[in-house]
Design a protein around this ligand. Structure first.
Ligand SMILES: Cc1ncc(COP(=O)(O)O)c(C=O)c1O
Length: 423
C-alpha cells in the first residue's frame, strides 16, 4: 500500500469512525498537512487562491489513471476504460455545478476556458461587458477580441468596496442589445462576490449571454449554474484540490458556439476543444469535485472562522492595517490587507515561514501594482503595501496563530528598518 493509499483509507475512516479513532487519523492528517507545506518545512501555507494542496483522493485518482494506458478517443478496451474514467469525472463535476455532464468541456484550466468563452461569444458590433477587476485571462482576452472595435468593450464601474456597479449593466442595455457580459463570481484578490442573478436578468431581457469566471468560488461555496442563470462558467481544478493544468468550461445546452473554437486538429469535446484529453488531470479534478461537494458547507464554515480569526489577530496587533473589500460579501477564506507604508514584498521576504501573495499570484513578479486594488481606488503605494492571505481545507488554527505572529513581527521589522533608513 502506498503512502497516498494509506492516507486515503484513513481519511475515509475519519469520516466514518468514532471520535476515539479520529485521534489516530489526525496523526496521519498531520503528516499529510506537513507533506503539503513547501519543502516539508514548517511554513504556514496561506496562498490557496494561487493554488490549493492536492486532495489525497485526487492525488490517488491521478496516480491510478497515470498507471493505466489508454487514449480516451481510442475504441479498444484500454481506450474505452480511459473514456469511462473521463465520463465519471464529467458526472462528478456536473454534480458539483448542478448541470448535465454534456454541458462540460474539459480544458487546460480557467485561462483557456475564459479565452474559449469570450472568443466564441463576442460578436463584432455587439457589446462585450466586463469589469476592471477581472482576472487578466478575461480582461486581456476582452481587449484583444475588441481591438478593432474598442467601442464594443464596456468596463463597468467598481466601488471602493470592490463591488461591481450592477445598475450600470441595465444602463448599457438601455441603448444596446445582444452581446455578452462576463463578470467573475468571486474576485481572486479580495474574495468579493458578484450577484450574477441581477446581471443575468438584465442580460436576458436584451438577448445577451452571461459568462462568469468562477475559478475562485467553485469548491469554496456552493455553485449552482441553474440558480445563477449563467450561460457559460469557467473553472480550474487546482483551486479546489485537484491537479494543476486542468479545468473546464460549462456551456449551457443550446448556447450557440462556433463548432471549432480555439484549437483545430481534433474532434475531442464535441469539436469544441481539439487535443488528446488529459485523462489523469480530468480524473483528479472529478475526484476533487466529489470530495468537495460532500464537505462544502462544513469546510466553508470552518475556513470563515479561521479567516476571521486571522483578521482579528492582525488588526489587534497592527491597528492601522486595513482590510480591503466588502466584508459581508466575500469568499470564506480570503482577506486582502493593506499595511500602510510597509512594502508587501519586503514583508513577504521577512517571513519565509508564511506563504502568502502580493496582490494576485498571477501578477506577482510583475512590476505593476494590482489592477484590482487600483480599480477600487487604492493609491499605488497602498496597493504595493497589500498582502493577500487565502486559506483552505488544510489550514489549521495553529497555522493562523503562527502566521499572525510572523506577519506582525515582519511588518514591525520592515517598518523600523524603513524608519532607521530615513534617519
Ligand atoms: C479568477 C481567476 N481566473 C482565472 C485564473 C486562471 O487559472 P489557471 O491559471 O488555472 O488557468 C485564475 C488563477 O489564479 C483566477 O484566480
Amino acid at each position: 500500500m502506498t503512502r497516498i493509499d494509506l492516507l486515503l483509507v484513513e481519511t475515509r475512516m475519519r469520516r466514518e469512525l468514532s471520535p476515539r479513532s479520529t485521534l489516530l487519523c489526525d496523526t496521519r492528517e498531520t503528516e499529510w498537512r506537513m507533506m503539503n507545506r513547501p519543502n516539508g518545512s514548517d511554513v504556514s501555507y496561506l496562498d490557496y487562491n494561487a493554488t490549493a494542496p492536492i486532495r489525497p483522493e485526487a492525488a490517488a485518482a491521478v496516480i491510478e489513471a497515470m498507471q493505466s494506458v489508454g487514449n480516451a478517443s481510442s475504441i479498444h478496451q484500454p481506450g474505452r476504460r480511459a473514456a469511462h474514467r473521463v465520463d465519471l469525472a464529467r458526472r462528478q463535476l456536473a454534480a458539483l455545478l448542478n448541470c448535465s455532464p454534456g454541458e462540460i468541456i474539459f480544458t487546460s484550466g480557467a485561462t483557456e476556458a475564459n479565452n474559449l468563452a469570450l472568443r466564441s461569444t463576442y460578436i463584432p458590433g455587439r457589446p462585450l461587458v466586463t469589469s476592471p477587476v477581472e482576472h487578466p485571462a478575461v480582461l486581456e482576452t476582452a481587449r484583444m477580441v475588441t481591438v478593432e472595435r474598442p467601442e464594443d468593450l464596456v468596463l463597468l464601474p467598481v466601488g471602493s468596496d470592490g463591488l461591481v456597479d450592477l445598475n450600470a449593466v441595465e444602463q448599457v442595455f438601455a441603448t444596446r442589445s445582444g452581446g455578452v457580459v462576463s463578470l467573475m463570481r468571486a474576485n481572486n484578490e479580495t474574495g468579493v462576490l458578484t450577484d450574477l442573478r441581477v446581471v443575468a436578468k438584465a442580460a436576458r431581457e436584451v438577448g445577451a449571454l452571461v459568462h462568469t469566471d468562477a475559478t475562485q468560488i467553485v469548491g469554496r461555496l456552493p455553485v449552482d449554474v441553474a440558480e445563477l442563470d449563467v450561460d457559460l462558467l469557467s473553472l480550474s481544478a487546482h483551486k479546489f484540490g485537484g491537479p494543476q493544468g486542468v479545468g473546464a468550461l460549462y456551456v449551457r445546452r443550446g448556447t450557440p458556439l462556433p463548432p471549432r473554437s480555439l484549437l483545430v486538429g481534433g474532434e475531442q469535446e464535441r469539436g469544441l476543444r481539439a487535443g488528446t484529453l488529459n485523462v489523469a488531470g480530468i480524473v483528479g479534478m472529478g475526484a476533487a469535485a466529489d470530495v468537495v461537494r460532500r464537505d462544502l458547507s462544513e469546510e466553508a464554515k470552518r475556513i470563515t472562522a479561521l479567516r476571521d480569526r486571522l483578521e482579528r489577530l492582525l488588526t489587534c496587533a497592527l491597528p492601522n492595517c486595513r482590510i480591503n473589500g466588502r466584508r459581508d460579501q466575500r469568499l470564506p477564506g480570503v482577506t486582502s490587507i493593506t499595511f500602510p507604508g510597509v512594502p508587501a514584498d519586503a514583508v513577504l521576504a521577512a517571513m519565509p515561514d508564511v506563504a502568502a501573495s502580493e496582490g494576485s499570484a498571477c501578477a506577482s513578479g510583475a512590476p505593476t501594482p494590482s489592477h484590482v486594488l487600483l480599480a477600487m481606488g487604492l493609491s499605488r503605494e497602498d496597493a504595493d503595501s497589500t498582502i493577500r492571505f487565502s486559506l483552505g481545507y488544510v489550514t489549521t488554527d495553529a497555522e493562523i496563530e503562527h502566521a499572525a505572529q510572523a506577519v506582525a513581527r515582519a511588518v514591525t521589522q520592515v517598518r523600523s528598518a524603513l524608519a532607521d533608513g530615513s534617519r
